[in-house]
Design a protein around this ligand. Structure first.
Ligand SMILES: Nc1ncnc2c1ncn2[C@@H]1O[C@H](COP(=O)(O)OP(=O)(O)OP(=O)(O)O)[C@@H](O)[C@H]1O
Length: 223
């Protein structure tokens, strides 16, 4: 269980997040939405332990970040908006490199299977020859090497074609429902949010997103 407790964040006295609280259970996929600059990436970075909240705390499996920040990192997988992989290395070399830095050991076969599960076939090709969608799949596969309990994805499907979007979406759905992982997912694509997510959390003052989602039958939480 993830428990976000009254998180606020200011940058140089400028308030970004104001008293945000919500909970997520294993197996749930939550869409995090809001206008540009609402603070979605900031909130994901706080949950990923990469930023500290100005006030409030986050608990993962009943352990607070304030006291257990480092120990909790092994449960967390974070995919930033910007792709962070080695362009000159092959898919295989990237996976093997990041496996060495990971909390868990995996064989070459297991790493290859992680890529194949997402329909990423080009095991021996240099990353620089892959399309944007394939690079996003590789970035995601790298994040899954240590089998995180919670996946934090910052616009994982931005700029990629519909087929790859669907493949990533159905892969994430399985990760949540079969492996009981928690997923928080930001996107500006409301069809994707409606299709994939169990609930949507809208942050910021703007009522635009809660308005468009209100007839989708999804639970919408405005914070
Ligand atoms: N390190 C930082 N220092 C100062 N201000 C920051 C920092 N990081 C983010 N901000 C500001 O915080 C606000 C929220 O940014 P954030 O990236 O979290 O928004 P977002 O909702 O993810 O936006 P987008 O949809 O454009 O990705 C913005 O005004 C941004 O300029």
């Amino acid at each position: 269980m993830l428990n976000v407790k009254s998180i606020s964040k200011q940058y140089h006295k400028h308030a970004i997040l104001n008293n945000i609280s919500f909970q997520i259970k294993p197996g749930e996929i939550v869409g995090l939405i809001g206008e540009n600059g609402a603070g979605k990436s900031t909130l994901l970075k706080i949950i990923a332990t990469l930023e500290q909240a100005s006030s409030g705390d986050v608990e993962l499996f009943e352990q607070g970040y304030a006291k257990n920040r480092k120990a909790l990192r092994k449960y967390i997988g974070y995919v930033p908006q910007d792709i962070a992989i080695w362009e000159e290395l092959t898919v295989a070399e990237n996976m093997l490199f990041f496996e060495k830095l990971s909390f868990q050991s995996k064989s070459s076969e297991e790493l290859k299977q992680l890529c194949l599960d997402m329909n990423l076939q080009k095991w021996n090709e240099p990353v620089k020859t892959l399309s944007g969608g394939m690079k996003r799949k590789l970035n995601l596969a790298i994040t899954l090497i240590h089998e995180p309990s919670i996946l934090l994805l910052d616009e994982p499907t931005v700029g990629i074609d519909l087929k790859s979007k669907k493949e990533i979406g159905s892969y994430l759905f399985k990760q949540a429902k079969e492996k009981n992982r928690m997923i928080i997912y930001t996107s500006h694509d409301m069809d994707e949010i409606t299709e994939l997510c169990d609930r949507a959390i809208c942050i910021g003052e703007d009522t635009f997103y809660p308005e468009i989602l209100k007839n989708t039958g999804k639970e919408i939480i405005s914070l």
